[in-house]
Structure formats: structure tokens, C-alpha cells
Design a protein around this ligand. Structure first.
Ligand SMILES: *Cc1c(COP(=O)(O)O)cnc(C)c1O
Length: 354
């Protein structure tokens, strides 16, 4: 059945083991993030096989899919108060920035006789989640330390996700000294100081992460071998772990300029086209609900991606050396958001290759 995505587990194991090795060389542990692949258990297992022993996901439902997996499980988005019961069932750790929610977690954990670990998030400038008032964070740490069913596990930060503020040496030092202050305030050393995501790898490789920061939460780099500051591929990693196959349902020579009066697209933009004469165009049975055209590239270099609607993908195959027929398969190499959509589309079959 098409469309389908071929998932190369060995390439993921390879990437995870290279990146985790680099992190270990800088005294950083890795939490492997599975939100891009909807908490896929086989991919999480590939992380574990590569020596990563903590798994993070932004959705409790995804962590629930990993029930049988022998790993410490982190919810990496602040939990909803409405989900704390499921949270304590499926996650060992969560990233938090609201004391009221942590209170609710404490109660839910007590109700089922569990302990839950809490990491307090500091916002260091990206303006997404986390305390911007660090005194408030310190007070929260003190309160959490007094709770019986939650344990203050450490602190963390997240950058380069909303405002695309980059991690730097100063921000890492700020985080480490905040961790120090938290430890002093509660009278013991907290275990985890989590310095960010795949955007922090470049800084790490330049030796810019100070002592005291001891963890990174990594998704994109483990799956695609890509760090997110310079958007470079790391040496020895693979960027082709996910190949999407789609089927040609129409193949015709057509003019490259549309005809008639042009309107606006669903975002309110007026599209424009270049007259390249008649071109051989393929329509594939794939659409925006299955992938993201901007983060996918055809493996056949002679194919140009023209665009996609919800259920149709338009390709220009004039320059391809292959002669395609209706019913033939076109392969696309998937990047981050294309993979995210493919894993969340029920229409896309998943095929695992070991
Ligand atoms: C998504 C996410 C990550 C992982 O980000 P990558 O860039 O894929 O490594 C880490 N931490 C948090 C809080 C996230 O939301």
C-alpha cells in the first residue's frame, strides 16, 4: 500500500551512537526525543540500542506507546493539569514551570503510590516555556523539595524553538550557576542540568558548555544527524533514515503556466508561476496531510517538486533520466516536519528495515 515510509533503523542506531558518543565526550548524558516519530517504539528501541537510556516526548500518549521499554521516560512539554494522572502513570520525569501543576502531580503521584521527578525550566531568552524570574524558580524549587511524592530532579532550559535564540557560553554559565543556587537553596546537589536540544550541539563541539551542565535532549540530531545552530550534518551520520514512497496517478505533458484568472491560496497569498513551456508533470497520491513539501526532497535529482495540496503532489519529471509510468513509485527523502507528518498520518504505511 502506498504511500509508505521506509524507516532505516540501522541508520538511526548509527546516528544515535555517534551523537551520544560526542556528548559523552563532553560529560553530557542524552535524552532521546521521539516526538517527531509519534513515540515510535522501534525507533525508541534503536536509541536504547545505541546506548541512550532516557527517552523524552512532548505527549503523554506517545510515552504510553513506550510502556514496555526499559528507559527513564521524560515528558518534555509542561504537563496539562488535566493529564497529571496519565502523566504519573507513563512518565518518570517531567519538565515544569507552574507550581500549581506540580502540586497536582504530587497529589496524583501520591494517589497511586508513585514518585515523580520534576525538572524546573528556566527561560533564557527564547520566550517559550520556563521561569523568566529566577527568584521565582528558586522559590518553586524550595516548595517542590518539601513535597512528598515528587522529587526535584534538576533544572533545564530550551532555546532555538520559538524565537530562535541560540545557546551561547554565557547562557550555559547562567544555567549552571542557577543550578548551583538551586542546590544551595535545597541543601543538596540536584542531579540534572539539561542544557537544551540539538541546537546546543554546535556549542558543545566548540567546547562552549561549561561544567555543571550535564544533559541534552536530542531529537533532530539523533534522527537526521543534523545539529540545529549551523544546520550542519555531523560527520559519519546519515540523513536518509526516512524514505517516503508515493505512487504516480497522473502523468501528462502540460503547460507550466496556469490559465484563467488567478486567485489567492488558503493562506491568502497569490501564487506566481514561471513560463517554462510544456513540461512533463506527474501527480502523486500524497498530500500535505501525509508530509511537508518544504522538508522533503526527491531522491531522483532530475525531479523538481512543484508543490502539494492536501492530497496531491505535483512534480516536474521532464529532466529525469528515468522514464516513469503511471503506477510507478517516486521516492522522497524526509526531513524534520515531513517525517512528523508522515508518522502522524494514518494513510502512510510504516515499513521498518533493520
Ligand atoms: C523538541 C524538544 C527537544 C528536542 O529538540 P531537537 O531540536 O529535535 O533536538 C528538546 N527539548 C524540548 C523541550 C523540546 O520541545
Amino acid at each position: 500500500m502506498y504511500p509508505r515510509v521506509r524507516i532505516y533503523l540501522e541508520r538511526i542506531r548509527n546516528n544515535a551512537s555517534i551523537v551520544a558518543g560526542l556528548c559523552a565526550g563532553h560529560a553530557l548524558s542524552v535524552t532521546g526525543v521521539t516526538k517527531v516519530v509519534r513515540g515510535d517504539p522501534k525507533i525508541a528501541q534503536a536509541f536504547l540500542d545505541a546506548g541512550v537510556n532516557k527517552i523524552g516526548d512532548s505527549r503523554v500518549e506517545n510515552l504510553a506507546r513506550l510502556k514496555g521499554l526499559d528507559a527513564e521516560k521524560w515528558l518534555i512539554r509542561p504537563p496539562m493539569r488535566s493529564e497529571v494522572a496519565a502523566l504519573v502513570e507513563h512518565a518518570d520525569v517531567s519538565l515544569n514551570s507552574e507550581l500549581a501543576t506540580i502540586d497536582a502531580i504530587n497529589e496524583a503521584a501520591g494517589a497511586c503510590g508513585k514518585k515523580h521527578k520534576v525538572i524546573l525550566m528556566a527561560d533564557l531568552g527564547d520566550i517559550r516555556e520556563g521561569y523568566v524570574d529566577y527568584d521565582e524558580l528558586l522559590k518553586a524549587a524550595e516548595q517542590v523539595e518539601r513535597m512528598t511524592n515528587v522529587e526535584l530532579y534538576g533544572i533545564g532550559t530550551n532555546l532555538t524553538c520559538f524565537s530562535f535564540i541560540q545557546p551561547d557560553e554565557r547562557k550555559m554559565q547562567q544555567l549552571a550557576s542557577l543550578a548551583q543556587r538551586v542546590s544551595e537553596r535545597v541543601g543538596r546537589e540536584v542531579s540534572v542540568v539539561s542544557g537544551g536540544n540539538s541546537a546546543t550541539l554546535d556549542l558543545m563541539l566548540r567546547g562552549g558548555i561549561c561544567e555543571g551542565v550535564n544533559n541534552l535532549r536530542l531529537g533532530e540530531s539523533l534522527l537526521f544527524g543534523k545539529e540545529r545552530a549551523q544546520y550542519r550534518f555531523l560527520p559519519g551520520t546519515c540523513n536518509d533514515a526516512f524514505i517516503l514512497e508515493c505512487e504516480i496517478v497522473e502523468l501528462k505533458e502540460k503547460p507550466s503556466l496556469p490559465w484563467g484568472q488567478i486567485g489567492v491560496d488558503s493562506y491568502g497569498n497569490r501564487p506566481s508561476f514561471e513560463d517554462r513551456g510544456k513540461r512533463l508533470r506527474a501527480v502523486c497520491a500524497l498530500g500535505k496531510q501525509d508530509f511537508d513539501a518544504e522538508t522533503a526532497v526527491p531522491l531522483d535529482e532530475g525531479i523538481a517538486m512543484l508543490g502539494a495540496s492536501s492530497d496531491h503532489l505535483m512534480l516536474d519529471i521532464t529532466d529525469s533520466k528515468r522514464s516513469y509510468q503511471v503506477g510507478d513509485i517516486v521516492e522522497l527523502k524526509l526531513g524534520y516536519f515531513a517525517t512528523l507528518r508522515a508518522f502522524n498520518s494514518e494513510y502512510v504505511e510504516k515499513v521498518y528495515i533493520d
